[in-house]
Design a protein around this ligand. Structure first.
Ligand SMILES: NC(=O)c1ccc[n+]([C@@H]2O[C@H](COP(=O)([O-])OP(=O)(O)OC[C@H]3O[C@@H](n4cnc5c(N)ncnc54)[C@H](O)[C@@H]3O)[C@@H](O)[C@H]2O)c1
Ligand SMILES: O=C(O)[C@H](O)[C@H](O)COP(=O)(O)O
Length: 363
């Protein structure tokens, strides 16, 4: 395969400042050294990229014609699962290679969701052996949430029309059935058009039919939930709980909605150390595969030793057994502490997020 970079004396790389291991993994590629420039994701502009070969971003950088026109960028990688911040059609039209990091932080999200359900059960005195969870989206995250609930003996149903149409194995239910569940958790990409859009999938109509005392968790993308409708429903006095990790208009979170949540966090559901490391590593592999060259670094050498949660077989007090491994309440309280200036503090809460390790792989 030929590529425009073969004669370059040095790789020019621009990377989001919040990606770990870029210096370690990208110091040289195929024997050629790299010059790596780190920038805050929201502040990367076209002028930073004029002589850049490889752009490595996270979810806060909008990658489109405005950013990439008249630059040398030939590879864009996002160390995230979601790709709604990337104009994939534009990249394809320009022959710019692209990679995301599918599944990289799925385990962190699963742990966030399980801890959230357990916290809600404790707060609202629910018996998890009689609760039914509705999972919307059964990809990397949703299917693992299902597997985890299955192992714990918690009932669930799954909605995923695109998968159902592909005749994937498994039983799928429609959204009406999901709307009858005690807990609903969303794991869909943000898609605004096509056959199965997810923008405002959780609409006023959907929220109105939810049973009283149900819980809605959104850790997918803010606009999957109509935030205004969610607020209006609470204002109307409906007894429904929200656990929200993602928000319409981030970082400009609706403070009244935040006040009405059971748990509010600043888009950190997937923020395990391992998830971030896997994200960068998957891009390292993708760059080498694009160039058809070898890379010697092995993922295992960068992953920390993770703690192991041992389940005692009881659903009662589940939250108290999870809390030493993931302190959801601490995440919630850090966000509420910054409430008065959340728009300006949101990114800082994420940048300075405390180390969190995955713990659930031995259920
Ligand atoms: N909060 C966080 O920190 C965090 C972390 C990781 C991922 N995410 C978000 O979660 C999303 C899901 O992650 P994933 O790894 O499971 O993605 P994935 O692509 O593996 O799976 C998404 C699933 O959603 C299904 N789907 C698409 N449209 C649907 C619709 N209209 N109704 C029901 N199902 C639909 C797809 O068929 C697919 O099975 C990501 O796109 C990302 O936006 C958030
Ligand atoms: O899509 C994802 O993978 C997550 O939403 C991602 O972890 C968000 O974190 P960010 O890229 O904004 O640091």
């Amino acid at each position: 395969m030929s590529n425009k970079h073969a004669p370059a004396p040095m790789w020019n790389i621009v990377a989001d400042e919040n990606m770990p291991l870029v210096e370690e993994l990208f110091a040289s590629i195929d024997g050629k050294p790299s010059q790596i420039k780190r920038l805050p994701g929201r502040e990367i502009t076209q002028s930073d990229l004029v002589d850049t070969d490889i752009l490595l971003v996270r979810s806060v950088t909008k990658v489109n014609r405005k950013l990439l026109a008249d630059t040398k960028v030939r590879f864009v990688g996002t160390a995230t699962i979601g790709t709604d911040h990337i104009d994939l059609d534009y990249l394809a039209s320009q022959g710019i290679q692209f990679s995301s990091a599918p599944g990289c932080n799925a385990q962190g999200v699963v742990e966030y969701v399980l801890t959230s359900i357990a916290y809600w059960a404790e707060q609202r005195q629910k018996d998890l052996s009689t609760v039914k969870v509705g999972i919307i989206g059964a990809g990397n995250v949703g299917s693992r949430v299902a597997r985890t609930l299955q192992r714990l003996g918690i009932n669930y149903v799954v909605n995923d029309p695109p998968l159902a149409e592909m005749h994937e194995q498994g039983d799928f239910v429609d959204l009406t059935q999901i709307g009858k569940c005690d807990v609903i958790t969303c794991h869909v990409p943000l898609v605004k058009d096509g056959e199965h859009p997810t923008y405002h999938l959780i609409s006023e109509t959907f929220l109105k039919q939810l049973p009283d005392e149900s819980l809605l968790i959104n850790s997918s993308r803010g606009p999957v939930l109509d935030n205004k409708a969610a607020l209006d429903i609470k204002r109307s006095g409906k007894a429904i709980d929200y656990i929200l990790d993602v928000w319409e208009g981030e970082p400009d979170v609706n403070i009244e909605l935040m006040d009405k949540t059971l748990v509010a966090t600043p888009h950190i559901a997937g923020y395990s150390q391992e998830g971030k490391i896997r994200g960068t590593y998957q891009l390292y592999r993708a760059v080498h595969s694009w160039l058809q060259v070898d890379g010697d670094n092995q993922l295992q050498d960068f992953l920390p030793d993770s703690p192991k949660w041992q389940w005692n077989g009881l659903l009662k007090n589940l939250y108290q057994t999870l809390k030493p491994f993931y302190d959801l309440e601490a995440d919630d309280s850090r966000m509420r502490t910054e409430k008065s200036d959340i728009k300006n503090q949101f990114d800082g809460l994420r940048k300075n997020y405390p180390q969190r390790l995955e713990f659930l792989d031995n259920l």
